[in-house]
Ligand binder design. Structure first.
Ligand code: NAD
Ligand code: UDP
Length: 321
């Protein structure tokens, strides 16, 4: 039987690499595409040599060509951590806008179904908590995070336009903070930041007073939700995340306990426009996809800590951002 063919952009990144693994496991032919701007080939090196995996080194903000049929496109290419997208704001805007347009065009040509990786950041600094998909958000377009948030909002609008005007099959997943093995230790996101600091024997830097909240989802749960959404017939956005909300200060205390570090929490300035609260309303994922997270934070953090501990010593060096 002919294998279904899927293009995954951002394949060398954290989430893209886990998606590649999942689709390979399900028997698909996977084409991974990445320009390695924030990703690392090590995340997918175990797939090289498989007959149903190929890799294309390409910037999707430029015209995208793929030979042969495609059944699905999953667009995950984009810087995702605040320090990454603040460092490369124009590329971030381009991959969300031009990159999405290129891939929608490809999907239309190939008659493929396209799923885009949107984000809880489309809700900005939300004034309702938890956030249901119907909430329109509270985004500062000209603030530092605007480059990411508005690119993602444009991406959703463009995707819906192709759905409505071209009849393209599309899916939109709004991903909430996700963690797990293959995050970059120095990507600036709170979990690798705290674990990296604990492993180096440094104090853990809490931004602001630490009362802001996040809700952390383990990567395997997220991938399952995305897989179900892709195969569903639902074209409107769906939140995928773990509703277990925690303050950043409590989170820091959990990491101190997990790692057994003797260091303490220290307070640093809160970044501009840092959302004060974030928690997904997952009613839609529950009812439409029959999905809910299965991995508790305690279990997920343990697995992730073991992963970071297993990295070579050089990975611990705190590179200057
Ligand atoms: P990541 O930085 O680990 O992976 C992104 C990948 O995209 C990298 O490998 C990078 O090299 C690649 N890339 C970036 N621009 C590209 C371009 N123009 N052409 C080709 N490749 C390009 O980030 P991640 O956490 O895996 O995030 C993946 C996707 O999920 C992003 O679209 C992000 O916005 C979204 N998302 C992630 C989270 C999360 O918690 N991890 C939350 C919400 C949304
Ligand atoms: N944060 C922190 N210390 C760090 C890194 C991040 O206190 O060293 C905070 C950050 O200000 C935010 C939360 O942790 O309130 C989550 O940040 P992250 O960059 O992981 O993701 P965000 O949800 O803000 O995109």
């Amino acid at each position: 039987m002919k294998r279904k063919r899927v293009l995954i952009t951002g394949a060398a990144g954290f989430l893209g690499s886990h998606l590649c693994d999942r689709f390979i496991k399900e028997g698909y032919h996977v084409i991974g595409m990445d320009n390695l701007i924030t990703g690392d080939l090590q995340n997918i090196e175990h797939l090289f040599g498989l007959e149903n995996f190929e890799f294309a080194h390409h910037d999707v903000s430029k015209f995208v060509h793929v030979s042969g049929d495609l059944d699905y496109i999953l667009h995950f290419a984009s810087p995702a951590s605040p320090i990454d997208y603040l460092k490369i704001p124009i590329q971030t805007l381009k991959v969300g806008s031009l990159g999405t347009h290129n891939l929608l065009g490809l999907a239309k040509n190939k008659k493929a179904r396209m799923l885009i990786a949107s984000t809880s950041e489309v809700y900005g600094d939300p004034s309702v908590n938890p956030q249901p998909e119907e909430y329109w958000g509270n985004v500062n377009p000209v603030g530092p995070r605007g480059v990411y948030d508005e690119a993602k909002r444009f991406q959703e609008a463009m995707t819906m336009a192709y759905h409505t005007f071209h009849g393209l099959e599309t899916r939109i997943v709004r991903i909430f903070n996700t963690y797990g093995p293959r995050m970059r230790l120095n990507d600036g996101r709170v979990l690798p930041a705290f674990i990296g600091q604990a492993l180096r024997g440094e104090d853990l830097t809490v931004f602001g007073d630490g009362s802001q909240t996040r809700s952390f989802c383990y990567v395997d749960d997220l991938i399952e939700g995305i897989y179900r959404l892709l195969l569903s017939d639902y074209a409107m956005p769906v939140n995928i995340g773990n509703p277990d909300e925690i303050t950043i200060k409590q989170f820091g205390e959990e990491i101190i306990k997990l790692t057994g570090t003797h260091q303490k929490l220290v307070l640093r300035d809160l970044p501009v426009d840092d959302p004060k609260q974030r928690r997904p309303d997952i009613t839609k994922a529950r009812t439409i996809l029959g999905w809910e997270p299965k991995v508790s934070r305690a279990e997920g953090l343990k697995i992730t800590y073991e992963y970071f501990k297993s990295l070579p010593q050089e990975a611990l060096i705190n590179k200057d951002h």
